[in-house]
Design a protein around this ligand. Structure first.
Ligand code: URA
Ligand code: SF4
Length: 282
C-alpha cells in the first residue's frame, strides 16, 4: 500500500481514537467527580490528548497537523465548512458560519460560535452582540469592512446557544487553525471564556485571562469579555473598555499608522456610498 495512503488513514484513525478517548474520559470524569472523587489524571489527559499544547501558557507551539497545508484560501475553508459533518452540530444548522471580513486582516477576532441570527444568515456576529461588537471595534479603529476578520471556535450553532462541547470544538479546530495560518493576523482578540479557554488550552476563568497578552504561535493574543456578557451586565463595560484600550496600544506598537489607514479607508467607503470596497484600508 502507498505510504501516503497509510499516513492518511492513520491520521484519521488517530484523530477519531483521540476523540473517542476524550469523550470517554470526559464523561467518566464528570460522573466520578459528582461523587466527590475526581481522578486527578483525567483533566491532564484531556488537554494533552485532544487540544494542542497551550501556545501561550506553556510556550509550546502547535503540532502542525493542520493549517495552511490543507487549505489554499479562506474561500476553500468556507466551502469545506459549509459541507462539513465532522461533529453533531451539523445536524441542527440552517447555515454554517465560516467567518467574514478582510482577507489580509490586521486583526483576527475569535468568538465562541454562531447564535440564532448568525445561523439564519450564515455570517458571524450579526445579532445584538454583533452590533455591540462592531461599535467596540469602531472605537479602536477596527472594522470587518477593512482590517478585521471575524471567526468562531465552532462554525455551526450549538442548540439553544449552549456552550460547544470540547469534542465539538476539537472537531472544528482544524478550520480555525487554518484561518489563522492563512490570515496571519498581527494580533488576535478573543471574546469570552469559552473561546479563550479553547485557544489557550486552559481552565482559567475569563476574569483572570482578560486584559492580558498571550503568545499564540508568535501572535499576541488578548482575551476580553464577550459582548453578550456586556449586554447582560453593564458593570463589565468599563473593564472591557480598559481591555480594548490596552489592545489598541498593542496595535499602535505593531503598526503606528493603522488608525490613519483606517480613517482613510472609511472616507473612501463613505464616498462610495457606504459600499464595501474589497481591500480598502487593509
Ligand atoms: N456569539 C459568538 O460567539 N459568535 C457569533 O458569531 C455570534 C454570537
Ligand atoms: Fe463541522 Fe465545525 Fe460544523 Fe462541527 S461545528 S459540523 S466540525 S463545521
Amino acid at each position: 500500500m502507498k505510504l501516503r495512503k497509510v499516513k492518511v488513514i492513520l491520521y484519521r484513525v488517530e484523530a477519531k481514537t483521540k476523540e473517542t478517548l476524550f469523550s470517554f474520559f470526559d464523561t467518566a470524569y464528570r460522573f466520578v467527580s459528582a461523587y466527590g472523587e475526581p481522578p486527578s489524571a483525567v483533566p491532564e489527559f484531556k488537554d494533552a490528548g485532544i487540544q494542542e499544547s497551550p501556545p501561550g501558557i506553556s510556550g509550546a507551539s502547535g503540532t502542525g497537523e493542520t493549517g495552511t497545508g490543507k487549505f489554499r484560501s479562506l474561500e476553500e475553508i468556507s466551502e469545506k465548512v459549509k459541507a462539513c459533518k465532522n461533529c453533531g452540530l451539523h445536524a441542527g444548522r440552517k447555515n454554517a458560519v465560516p467567518g467574514a471580513g478582510a482577507e489580509q486582516a490586521f486583526v483576527l477576532i475569535i468568538g465562541e460560535g454562531p447564535g440564532a441570527e448568525e445561523d439564519l444568515r450564515g455570517e458571524p456576529f450579526v445579532g445584538r452582540s454583533g452590533q455591540l461588537l462592531d461599535k467596540m471595534l469602531e472605537a479602536i479603529s477596527l472594522s470587518r469592512l477593512s482590517n478585521v476578520y471575524i471567526a468562531n471556535v465552532v462554525k455551526c450553532r450549538p442548540p439553544g446557544n449552549r456552550d460547544p462541547l470540547p469534542a465539538e470544538s476539537a472537531a472544528c479546530s482544524e478550520f480555525l487553525k487554518a484561518q489563522i495560518d492563512l490570515i496571519k493576523p498581527k494580533a488576535i482578540l478573543v471574546l469570552g471564556r469559552i473561546a479563550a479557554q479553547n485557544l489557550l488550552a486552559t481552565k482559567e476563568g475569563i476574569n483572570r485571562l482578560r486584559g492580558r497578552f498571550f503568545d499564540y504561535k508568535g501572535i499576541p493574543l488578548m482575551p476580553t469579555y464577550h459582548p453578550s456578557a456586556l449586554l447582560r451586565d453593564e458593570n463589565l463595560k468599563r473593564p472591557a473598555w480598559e481591555d480594548l484600550k490596552l489592545f489598541r496600544e498593542k496595535l499602535r506598537s505593531l503598526e503606528p499608522e493603522y488608525e490613519r489607514k483606517f480613517a482613510e479607508g472609511k472616507l473612501k467607503r463613505n464616498s462610495a456610498g457606504g459600499k464595501h470596497i474589497p481591500g480598502a484600508g487593509n
